[in-house]
Design a protein around this ligand. Structure first.
Ligand code: PAF
Length: 289
């Protein structure tokens, strides 16, 4: 087995990838913010099946956090992350500093802006968040030029926006989405779950239950918005400390809210809210029968 390389600069990661590409290898990228869990490992496994060389980036991207969000307290267990990735047998970890990724400062320089796709769902509650996400993802694509990049479908809006980013800027990369990995009780794995105390952790199962309830209603033939959204809200109310931001039913491609679902339409159910100060999201793509 070849030892995993830890790379800190854009120049070095570009050179690392260029050599592998010259040898005819396919390059896979898994962008992360670290604090890795089984959900990330599912992305790495998927990338390893789709590419010969897998690069995982670990970077807590300042431009996607708003004022008052958890940038400062976001977990950064770098040594644990590196040990985990080493055991996975990946080729390289790209671990840049903020100065390396934003040489003219996080707030200045050239910036990308997401259009109407960021007016819905999380974008409404996190102004500028998706601008920051596409900024860093575009920079990673430019530095690494992967053949395939892998993202989790839990961040459904992020996934759809990244597909649009690739089409808009013409990156030659395939975007693959991987199903959400869940705890045995159904809670979606997230780096932020570690903020939850046992009582909040117990209540966090309502997000998945709410999605399951809406899915069941849809699969039984319900097509109207009101009963489908109500099915989610009823489950969410079972958690006394969960403050709902949204429980939405949108078109999976345009992310526009749906009043009525057509036969065969691909729908995204999405939920966000706070358990105490921890913001949790979950989502499910479902095709209407
Ligand atoms: O999904 C994430 O962890 C982040 O938003 C990403 C894609 C790594 C960009 O910072």
């Amino acid at each position: 087995l070849i030892a995993m390389q830890t790379i800190e600069t854009v120049t070095e990661v570009r050179e690392f990838v260029r050599r592998r590409r010259c040898e005819g290898r396919r390059i896979g990228l898994v962008p992360t913010m670290g604090a890795l869990h089984a959900g990330h490992l599912a992305l790495v496994d998927h990338a390893a099946r789709r590419a010969d060389v897998v690069v995982v980036s670990v970077f807590v991207n300042p431009t996607q956090f708003g004022p008052g969000e958890d940038f400062d307290r976001y977990p950064r267990p770098v040594a644990d992350d590196l040990a985990l990735l080493d055991r996975e047998g990946i080729s390289a970890v790209f671990l840049p500093s903020s100065e390396e990724m934003y040489p003219s400062g996080a707030a200045s320089g050239v910036r990308l802006v997401v259009g109407a796709l960021s007016d819905q769902l999380c974008g409404r509650y996190r102004p500028g968040h998706f601008d920051g996400v596409v900024q860093i993802v575009a920079k990673l694509f430019a530095a690494i030029e992967p053949d395939v990049a892998v993202f989790g479908l839990k961040d459904a809006q992020q996934f759809v926006i990244i597909e649009h980013l690739v089409a808009a800027l013409g990156f030659g990369v395939e975007i693959d989405g991987v199903e959400t990995v869940r705890e045995p009780d159904g809670l979606a794995m997230s780096s932020r779950n570690r903020y939850l105390n046992p009582s909040l952790r117990g209540q966090a199962v309502v997000l998945n239950r709410a999605l399951a309830s809406a899915r069941a209603c849809l699969e039984q033939g319900e097509q109207a918005r009101e009963p489908l959204v109500t099915a989610m809200l009823q489950e969410l109310r079972q958690a006394p400390d969960f403050a709902v931001q949204y429980a939405e039913m949108v078109d999976a491609r345009t992310l526009q809210p749906l009043q009525h679902v057509e036969q065969g339409q691909r729908v995204l159910f999405a939920i966000a809210g706070h358990l105490d100060s921890t913001r949790l999201i979950d989502s499910a793509f479902v095709t209407a029968p």
